[in-house]
Design a protein. Structure first.
Length: 115
């Protein structure tokens, strides 16, 4: 049996832009992705603190150290620029592994820099 556990979290990212006509995803500063171990094209859950929207998509790397967090595709109808979001990734572990696992959590400032 496996359990789904939090693998990593970017907490309080500020959305820097949206692009509706794009084949769907979220672009995240690649430095931030590396800091928490989110891989390119990995599934992520995005929760919007401004309006309560939650959606699943996949992460694509944006320019390193750019601070970019861009909502791409249909999700741009749910999340707006300047909204504050939490970006989660999850993993499947055995119960024994899960009991010892510590997720990588990074808190961001208003410019998407690591606090």
């Amino acid at each position: 049996m496996f359990v789904k556990v939090l693998k990593s979290k970017l907490h309080r990212a500020t959305v820097t832009g949206t692009k509706l006509h794009y084949p769907g995803s979220i672009a995240i500063d690649s430095t931030l992705m590396e800091a928490v171990g989110i891989l390119p094209y990995e599934a992520v859950l995005v929760a919007d603190l401004n309006n309560g929207s939650r959606l699943e998509t996949y992460a694509v790397p944006a320019e390193a150290n750019s601070g970019q967090v861009v909502i791409l595709g249909a999700a741009a109808r749910l999340i707006n620029p300047k909204d504050i979001v939490i970006i989660f990734s999850f993993g499947l572990l055995t119960p024994d592994e899960a009991g010892k696992f510590k997720p990588k959590v990074v808190v961001l400032d208003e410019n998407n820099k690591i606090k």
